[in-house]
Design a protein around this ligand. Structure first.
Ligand code: GLN
Length: 307
C-alpha cells in the first residue's frame, strides 16, 4: 500500500476543517498554541515511518500519558488493579465528578481523569515516592519511543496545578472513599507532570508498537507486558479512549485509540502499525476534531480497521 500518498491525500482533505474546533483553553499554558497545525505519522514494525505535516513539532501529550501509566500499573498489579478501578466506559466527560460520587470513589476506567489519578497513586505505592513514580514512567516512555530526549514542560504542569480544582476535587473525593493512599497534592502533581510530557507524532506512533504486537516491541524485541495485558489495554482504548465519544470513535475509526486535550490521538492497527495524529482544535468532548477525521479517512481508504 502507498501509505505516503494516502496520508498526503488525508492532509489535503482535512484542510477545510481548520477553524471548526476549539483549542483547549482551560489550561492557560496550552491556550496560545497555533490551532492551524496538523501532523500524522505511521510507524511499521520494521521501524519505517511515513509522516505528513508538522511531525517533528512537540506537543503536550496530556491524556495520552494515561495509556503508559495504565500499562505500568497493570504490569505490576495485574488483576488486583481492578479492586481500585474499573474497566467500563464512563459515558461521561473526562473530568466528571458525578459518577465518581455515585460509585463510591471507584473510577470507571483508567482513561478518565479520576482513573488516571488513581493509577498514579498506585504507581507511587509501587515505586515508593513521587520522584520515582514520575521517573519510572518517563523512562518507560523513552524506552518504548526509543527516544531519550523526552521531557515534561514545567510551565504546563504548573499551569494545570494552578487551575486544577476539578482534578483536585476528584482526588479528594477518592480519598474520602479510602481509594487514594497518598497525599492528594502529591498524586495530582505527578499526574500533571505526566500529562505535560511533550512528544511529536513520530515518537508517539513509535511508542504504540508494543500494543500492536502483543506487548513486545517488534524492533528491539523488548517484552514489556504479557499478550493478555496488551489485549486488555487495547480493549480499554477501544471502549474508553475517547471518554463520552468512545462509541463515536469506534463507529467512525474502528481502532483502539487514545486522545489528549493537547490535540494528539494515538491509535493501534493490531499486528501492523502504530499511528499518531495531532491537530490542536478539539471537538465538544475534548478530542482532536481534525485528528479524528484524519483517522476515519485513514481506515476508510486502507480498510485497516479492526472491524
Ligand atoms: N491534564 C488534563 C486534565 O487533567 C488531561 C485531560 C485530557 O487530556 N483529556 O484535565
Amino acid at each position: 500500500m502507498d501509505y505516503q500518498s494516502i496520508i498526503d491525500e488525508i492532509s489535503n482533505e482535512i484542510t477545510p476543517l481548520f477553524g471548526t474546533g476549539k483549542v483547549a483553553n482551560y489550561i492557560p499554558a496550552l491556550a496560545g498554541v497555533n490551532p492551524k497545525q496538523f501532523a500524522m505519522t505511521l510507524t511499521l514494525f520494521d521501524g519505517t515511518q511515513y509522516s505528513v505535516g508538522q511531525a517533528d513539532t512537540l506537543f503536550s501529550v496530556q491524556s495520552i500519558s494515561k495509556v503508559f501509566t495504565f500499562t505500568l500499573a497493570l504490569k505490576f498489579y495485574s488483576k488486583d488493579l481492578y479492586s481500585r478501578i474499573g474497566h467500563e466506559p464512563s459515558g461521561n466527560p473526562f473530568n466528571s465528578l458525578v459518577q465518581l460520587e455515585y460509585e463510591n470513589g471507584k473510577p470507571r476506567n483508567p482513561f478518565i481523569n479520576a482513573g488516571a489519578i488513581n493509577i498514579t497513586d498506585a504507581l507511587m505505592n509501587h515505586y515508593g515516592s513521587c520522584e520515582a513514580a514520575y521517573n519510572e514512567v518517563l523512562e518507560f516512555i523513552k524506552s518504548i519511543s526509543d527516544d531519550y530526549s523526552i521531557d515534561s514542560n514545567d510551565v504546563v504542569a504548573a499551569s494545570e496545578m494552578q487551575y486544577g480544582h476539578r482534578n483536585l476535587a476528584l482526588a479528594n473525593l477518592m480519598k474520602s472513599f479510602n481509594n487514594l493512599d497518598n497525599e492528594v497534592e502529591d498524586v495530582v502533581g505527578i499526574y500533571f507532570k505526566h500529562c505535560a510530557l511533550e512528544m511529536n507524532t513520530k515518537m508517539l506512533s513509535r511508542a504504540m508498537l508494543y500494543l500492536a504486537n502483543h506487548g513486545v516491541d517488534p524492533i528491539t524485541d523488548k517484552c514489556y507486558i504479557t499478550p493478555s495485558q496488551a489485549k486488555r489495554i487495547n480493549a480499554v482504548m477501544l471502549t474508553c479512549g475517547h471518554y463520552d465519544a468512545s462509541g463515536d470513535f469506534a463507529f467512525h475509526v474502528g481502532l483502539p485509540g487514545k486522545s489528549g486535550v493537547g490535540g494528539g490521538i494515538v491509535a493501534v492497527v493490531p499486528k501492523t502499525m502504530g499511528i499518531c495524529v495531532w491537530s490542536p482544535e478539539l471537538n465538544a468532548q475534548g478530542n482532536s476534531l481534525i485528528g479524528t477525521k484524519a483517522l476515519e479517512l485513514f481506515t476508510d481508504k486502507t480498510g485497516l480497521s479492526i472491524f
